[in-house]
Structures are given as structure tokens and as C-alpha cells.
Design a protein around this ligand. Structure first.
Ligand SMILES: NC(=O)c1ccc[n+]([C@@H]2O[C@H](COP(=O)([O-])OP(=O)(O)OC[C@H]3O[C@@H](n4cnc5c(N)ncnc54)[C@H](OP(=O)(O)O)[C@@H]3O)[C@@H](O)[C@H]2O)c1
Length: 232
């Protein structure tokens, strides 16, 4: 039985993915900067392997991919992400036209884009080993060019738009797996803020159903948690 791999697994949407896939009886590889997070340790450890992983550490990503080289992965959720030190809406304080913090912007790109690309390329062989490997790049409606009617959040938006075109590229380069960009909806997490509309558990439950239904023809698409197309 192949495993599920999730980055940024200690809180928010990543933790929900770990919880729900383990409850579905799946073996989960939880990657996190905080492997001792109590929220992870209280889950079913029979189904769980926890590894320390910072997605900006490319050597560590290569080392983990080598350590897991015998394993097939059928779902990789490239979930680790950030909008900087503050969640929404406060992150707008350093990501508008008049207040751009370039150091934070670089850090966001390092995690949301370069980290996601490095994880994808390091674990592509593991995904290809599964009968139906699915790479889920955790994107955002804020990365949609068509939906951008408000400006601001340049750092986060550009990281997710870039993740989207990366996803389409990987779909072309890797016909042996399904690669998609996922918009989970605005969820109540540290990043989303407590004013968000959606319970992370509800979003992840829908995402898991959508991932299960994906066909090879959908590789390279941008979808929401219900599996419906999102405007690029
Ligand atoms: N919540 C929303 O409304 C929303 C909407 C659209 C998209 N998303 C996307 O969904 C994903 C999960 O976000 P969330 O809402 O669950 O946010 P969250 O609660 O803030 O969780 C972010 C996760 O990413 C991890 N992370 C950050 N930088 C990392 C790094 N360098 N290496 C490894 N892990 C790192 C965090 O770990 P630490 O605890 O170690 O910092 C945490 O586990 C992100 O990609 C986000 O952009 C969220």
C-alpha cells in the first residue's frame, strides 16, 4: 500500500490532512519543522511516521527522499506555506505597494515556491512508483490572476501564481503522475486568520474527496476543494 506524504503537517490544513488520512486507515508520512508537536503525537502513531523537515533546506529534502527511496507515495500534499510572520489580514501590512518588505517576500517565495518545487522534484520518483501518484500543490484563490480585484498581498499572491504555472509545467514534464494546484478556500488557521469562512476540517474532507476522483486528464489543472476548476 503506498503512503501519503504531507509537508507543514503540524498545524492548520496540514495537520487536518494527517488526521483525516490516518483516520481513513492510510499510512501517512508527516513532515514538519516541529516533529514533537503534541497535536501530531496524539494521533494514531501506528499509521504515522513523523520526520523533521524544513522545506527551505534542500539537502534535508534530498536526504529524506533517499531515506524513503523504497516507498511509493500516492498522494503528496505540498502544503507547507507562509504569508510571512503575520496571518491574514495583517500580512497586508508588509505586502502592499507602499509598504513592501522585500526580505519577507524572498522568504515567502523560498517556502511557497522553491521549497514546493524542491519537494516535488525530490519525491517525483516515489509518486511515479504508485499506480496513481497525485501531487497536490497547495495554492490559493489569492494566486488567481482573474480573481485579483483588490491588489495588495503581492508577496503571497505572486508565490501562489508562480506555484500554479509550476504545476502546469510539471503536468507536462511528468505524464506519469497527476499534478494539480488546489485552492482550499479561506480557512480558519494561523495563516487564514480567525475571521476566515471555512473550518479547516471541512475543507480537507472535501479536498480528500476531490483528490480521490482526479483523472489523468485533469493533470495540470487548478481546482477548488470540491474539485471544480478555478480561473487562472
Ligand atoms: N488558511 C487559508 O485560508 C488558506 C487559503 C489558501 C491557501 N492556503 C495554503 O494552505 C497551506 C497551509 O496553510 P494553513 O492555512 O494551514 O496555514 P498555517 O496554519 O499557518 O500552517 C502553515 C504550515 O506550514 C508550515 N511551514 C511554514 N514554513 C515552513 C517551512 N519552511 N518548512 C516546513 N514547514 C513550513 C508551518 O510550520 P511551522 O509551525 O513550523 O511554522 C505550518 O505547519 C499553505 O500553503 C497556505 O498558503 C491556506
Amino acid at each position: 500500500m503506498p503512503a501519503i506524504l504531507i509537508t507543514g503537517a503540524n498545524r492548520g490544513l496540514g495537520l487536518e490532512y494527517v488526521r483525516q488520512y490516518t483516520e481513513l486507515g492510510r499510512d501517512v508520512i508527516a513532515c514538519t519543522r516541529k516533529p514533537n508537536a503534541p497535536e501530531l503525537l496524539e494521533l494514531d502513531q501506528d499509521r504515522l511516521q513523523i520526520f523533521q523537515l524544513d522545506v527551505v533546506d534542500h539537502d534535508a529534502i534530498d536526504a529524506l527522499a533517499a531515506q524513503l527511496s523504497d516507498i511509493a507515495i500516492d498522494v503528496l500534499v505540498n502544503n507547507a506555506g507562509t504569508c510571512g510572520p503575520k496571518g491574514a489580514p495583517e500580512c497586508a501590512e508588509y505586502s502592499g505597494v507602499d509598504n513592501t518588505d522585500y526580505d519577507i517576500w524572498r522568504q515567502i517565495l523560498e517556502v511557497n515556491l522553491l521549497g514546493a518545487f524542491k519537494v516535488a522534484t525530490a519525491f517525483h520518483p516515489h509518486l511515479a512508483r504508485a499506480d496513481r501518484g497525485v501531487l497536490v500543490n497547495m495554492s490559493s484563490d489569492l494566486g488567481s490572476i482573474e480573481q485579483n480585484t483588490m491588489g495588495n498581498m503581492y508577496s503571497y499572491r505572486t508565490s501562489k501564481s508562480a506555484l500554479n504555472i509550476m504545476t502546469r509545467g510539471l503536468a507536462n514534464d511528468w505524464p506519469d503522475i497527476i499534478s494539480i494546484a488546489m485552492a482550499p478556500g479561506w480557512c480558519r488557521t494561523e495563516l487564514g486568520g480567525m475571521g476566515a469562512e471555512i473550518d479547516p476540517a471541512d475543507s480537507v474532507a472535501e479536498q480528500i474527496k476531490a483528490i480521490a476522483k482526479l483523472s489523468q486528464e485533469q493533470s495540470g489543472c487548478f481546482i477548488d476543494r470540491f474539485g471544480q476548476p478555478v480561473a487562472w
